[in-house]
Design a protein around this ligand. Structure first.
Ligand code: AMP
Length: 375
């Protein structure tokens, strides 16, 4: 069996791994770490929950730590959302605690001044969302000309969110000689063509089935009339062994409404969407992580960066319209070694989305009935 040591990581990083409590590398780590250490470009087809963050953060830190600290930006990690940027940066700090490397999260929604000050003092690793990073590039407050390693995380989602032009601008600001790593849960044409343009002779690492959701998630579908969705949600929350639940709704307004009703019914519920301030989102996420909040209602984009262990259930209050969203959503449960359950509510109008999902995953999801609630 492979160990982190046998993958070629140095003592400094093995200390970080030990601190994190990991004993065995996950499949993507086993495959990606030696390639990244060897300086190869990489396309990683992997969902969240597979351990992909450590798969690129560990070898990246290892490569940087081997050189003298220069306090210029030598690694840049670009993520679609603020939450994900914060989480990846926290991983960088945790795994790299024994190294002298300094990291900084650059994201929008917060004051730019502290970022300017930190940049002026010098950082080695930047984890950024595209919008704010472009802002810094335009101000001339960040210099990417010394980037050795560029990582695009969740590339499919960044393209979905319309960041393609920003991404290309950012890539252009880095040296052509850099090492580039691109991770994506799905590999649509747009991602492939970006990979073709910006990677050089890449290795491909595909964690099992990039198109089918994690095998650790039991997936069920409930056919429900739209006016009974709320009652079905109460029923599931009150009668199933659910303790830590993420509920997805199609729009922000629906998310607000669902959360309000849940609170009225006595549930410790919170809501997460892009109209909430960064502080509100952080507070909701913190409560969810420490267990104070049992039910977190979210929209797709806001939920993108939610990296919380021990989510027992993902409930799709609305059927996601895109199979990729479905896969991302249910990837929030059954993470690493744990098991989870995903329940998708489907009204008559949403059946076409369900068919799309089933075509994409190549499997027919299990139908589950609740007397008096489902049809
Ligand atoms: P990710 O796919 O990067 O979002 O990671 C999913 C979860 O797995 C995170 O909570 C990590 O802390 C955890 N994790 C990553 N690598 C390992 C490992 N080798 N052993 C156990 N847990 C891990």
């Amino acid at each position: 069996m492979q160990t982190f040591r046998s993958l070629g990581l140095s003592e400094l990083l093995l200390a970080g791994v030990l601190d994190a409590g990991y004993t065995t590398p996950t499949p993507i780590q086993t495959q990606a770490i030696p390639l990244v250490l060897a300086g190869r470009d990489l396309v990683g087809s992997a969902q969240t929950g597979t351990g992909k963050t450590a798969a690129f953060v560990l070898p990246l830190l290892d490569r940087l730590a081997a050189d003298e600290p220069s306090r210029s930006v030598r690694a840049l990690i670009v993520t679609p959302t603020r939450e994900l940027a914060l989480q990846v940066e926290a991983s960088v700090r945790a795994y790299g605690a024994a190294t002298p490397l300094r990291s900084l999260a650059i994201l929008g929604g917060v004051s730019i001044r502290p970022q300017l000050q930190r940049l002026a003092r010098g950082v080695d690793i930047v984890v950024a969302t595209p919008g704010r990073l472009i802002d810094h590039l335009q101000r001339g407050s960040i210099d990417l000309s010394r980037v050795d390693v560029l990582v695009l995380d969740e590339a499919d989602r960044m393209l979905d969110m319309g960041f393609i032009r920003d991404i290309r601008k950012i890539v252009k600001a880095t040296p052509a000689s850099r090492q580039t790593l691109l991770f994506s849960a799905t590999m649509p044409t747009a991602v492939r063509s970006l990979a073709r343009d910006i990677l050089s002779d890449p290795e491909y690492v595909d964690i099992g089935h990039s198109r089918t959701p994690a095998e650790t998630v039991v997936q069920r579908v409930c056919a429900v009339p739209s006016n009974r969705k709320m009652n079905l949600l109460y029923h599931v929350l009150e009668h199933e062994p659910v303790h830590h639940v993420l509920v997805f709704s199609r729009t922000k307004r629906r998310a607000d409404r669902v959360k309000k009703k849940l609170v009225k019914r006595g549930f410790a519920a919170e809501v997460m969407h892009s109209d909430r301030s960064q502080r509100q989102r952080q507070r909701a996420l913190h409560g969810f992580r420490n267990g104070r909040v049992k039910v977190l209602v979210a929209t797709d984009i806001a939920a993108r960066g939610i990296d919380v262990d021990g989510i027992s259930h993902v409930i799709n209050f609305d059927t996601p319209r895109q199979p990729a969203d479905y896969i991302h959503r249910i990837g929030r449960t059954g993470r690493a070694e744990a098991f989870g359950e995903a329940i998708t509510f489907v009204t008559k109008d949403e059946r076409t989305y369900l068919r799309r999902i089933e075509r994409h995953t190549g499997s027919r999801l299990i139908r589950k009935a609740y007397e008096g609630l489902t049809v």
